[in-house]
Design a protein around this ligand. Structure first.
Ligand SMILES: Nc1nc2c(ncn2[C@@H]2O[C@H](COP(=O)(O)OP(=O)(O)OP(=O)(O)O)[C@@H](O)[C@H]2O)c(=O)[nH]1
Ligand SMILES: [Mg+2]
Ligand SMILES: [Zn+2]
Length: 227
């Protein structure tokens, strides 16, 4: 499969506090993919005027990921996004309706990109932005992308299960301390990763995402793996 974007320095993962609510699993999956490819992630929570991001910003900041909260109706918080994308090749990625194009318009008003409320009656599959578009801005390139659906993200997990723990950055302090060198951190005796989850050092939701991704990765046939 040929990705529509390549050679990204950074990815801005856009979530909205509400409508649609953040999906932790998809966020963890995308962050794992960017981490495994050495692409710097920035997590943004939009619509702070109508909802709160709750515990999520702190959860991700605790593992060293930059997080910012933005109200696109006033532009409050958007400067941090600008600092992140300046001079880099980046893309805004996230579910349909989270406010990617709205954020682009806040950052670069000259773009006047189309934005729209997605009616619940019409359901998923209605994307306002229909193609990936790259703009030369702020000494770099920024891409606005169409929102994805949950189904689309299924095919993105192509991290081999043996390498998956390396894509969860906060596991690194523990994965070398497991009793078995090839520990998958699932049911093995003496697993230091699971112990850290039980002690509350690693967030349970992150570990749950790891387990779900591991299961998905285990279903991928050897020949389907990227070389
Ligand atoms: N209240 C509020 N509404 C917002 C905010 N950001 C975006 N919206 C609204 O959310 C809706 C979707 O915004 P878009 O910018 O079109 O979302 P998108 O992520 O580009 O969606 P796709 O192009 O379909 O992927 C629009 O009605 C926006 O006005 C925000 O911070 N606060
Ligand atoms: Mg859009
Ligand atoms: Zn382990």
């Amino acid at each position: 499969m040929r990705p529509p974007l390549a050679n990204l320095d950074g990815i801005v993962f856009v979530n909205s506090c509400v409508e649609p609510a953040p999906n932790r699993f998809i966020l963890d999956k995308l962050v794992a993919i960017s981490d495994s490819k050495g692409i710097e992630p920035l997590i943004v929570f939009t619509k702070t005027d109508i909802g709160a991001a709750g515990e999520l910003p702190e959860l991700y900041r605790n593992i060293g990921i930059k997080v910012c909260t933005v109200d696109n109706t006033t532009g409050s918080g958007a400067e941090e996004v600008l600092d992140f994308i300046r001079g880099k090749t980046t893309a805004l990625i996230g579910n349909s309706g989270v406010g990617k194009s709205s954020l682009m318009n806040v950052l670069f008003p000259q773009l006047s990109l189309e934005t729209a409320h997605i009616s619940r009656k019409l359901g998923r599959g209605r994307h306002t932005t229909r193609q990936v578009e790259m703009y030369k801005l702020e000494g770099g390139y920024v891409a606005d992308t169409p929102g994805f659906s949950t189904v689309d993200t299924e095919r993105y997990c192509r991290i081999p299960k043996e390498e998956l723990d390396g894509a969860f950055r906060e596991f690194a302090d523990f994965s070398g301390k497991c009793m078995f060198g090839d520990c998958a951190h699932i049911k093995e005796k003496g697993c230091a990763v699971r112990a850290a989850v039980d002690e509350g050092i690693i967030a349970r939701s992150r570990y749950d995402s790891y387990l779900r991704m591991y299961e998905e990765a285990a279903k991928i046939n050897e020949w389907e793996r990227p070389k």
